[in-house]
Ligand binder design. Structure first.
Ligand code: AMP
Length: 233
């Protein structure tokens, strides 16, 4: 029986009071939040290095499933190429399965998840989020960032043709994501504003939201992100 006096302690440890369900991860997780092209993937790498928490990117998981040609991946591809969100039940199922893996027990870094209030509600039942790092970037900067974005398929490193060019030995193998074109970006931004942005208020109300100015160079954003991560220790 959990007494009231240590209920907070239990809750922080991820145990749901009054329920037989235990959180799948017992330590605190971090959510990286922000519009498409905010630099979440770039900053995620540094957070993983600093905290040892594994990165869970629903976008990467969906792209892997699409590349593998699984039925879920092929169904998700239609939404992704249209710049729309994949249905909540698919995403929540993916996350539940991923959090069962042994590396997730000390908390994880969620990148690109949750993206809707139902996803955040589902997450709150299976993991303890201790910090939401929101990388804020104005819409006018997003299209240029995304259309110029390139990835090194061998390392996963992310570059930008103008703002963060790849070294010459890497430049030839860079690839561009299929949904990183101007038309799809506008749909992705619309989905962000209508379905994801309301989550900012949801997390602010729970005192978990830390806003970072993402409209500065990568190192400056990184310094703000590092300071936010420190608050979790
Ligand atoms: P990302 O790599 O995070 O930009 O995600 C690429 C695409 O995958 C998005 O435009 C959505 O179609 C889909 N996606 C990724 N994460 C989610 C999520 N949490 N909820 C719904 N759709 C998602």
């Amino acid at each position: 029986m959990v007494s009231k006096s240590n209920a907070g302690q239990w809750a922080r440890a991820g145990v749901l009071i009054g329920s037989s369900r235990f959180a799948l991860t017992m330590s605190q997780s971090i959510v990286l939040f922000g519009p498409p092209g905010a630099g979440k993937g770039t900053q995620a790498r540094a957070i993983v290095e600093a905290t040892g928490k594994p990165q869970i990117s629903t976008g990467d998981m969906l792209r892997a499933a699409t590349a593998a040609g699984t039925p879920m991946g092929l169904a998700a591809k239609v939404y992704m190429e249209a710049g729309e969100l994949v249905p909540d039940e698919v995403i929540i199922g993916l996350i539940e399965e991923r959090l069962r893996q042994s590396d997730a027990t000390d908390g994880v870094l969620f990148d690109g998840f949750p993206r809707t209030i139902p996803q955040a509600e589902a997450l709150s039942e299976i993991a303890t989020v201790g910090l939401v790092i929101a990388i804020e970037v104005p819409d006018r900067a997003i299209v240029e960032r995304i259309v110029g974005r390139r990835m090194d398929p061998e390392t996963g490193d992310i570059y930008h043709v103008t703002f963060n060019p790849a070294p010459p030995e890497v430049a030839d193998r860079l690839i561009q994501r299929k949904d990183d074109n101007e038309e799809t970006v506008l749909s992705r931004l619309a989905a962000y504003h209508s379905q994801t942005a309301p989550l900012a208020e949801w997390y602010r109300a729970r005192d978990l939201y830390t806003a970072i100015n993402g409209n500065q160079d990568i190192a400056a954003v990184g310094a703000e992100v590092a300071a936010a991560v420190e608050t979790l220790r």
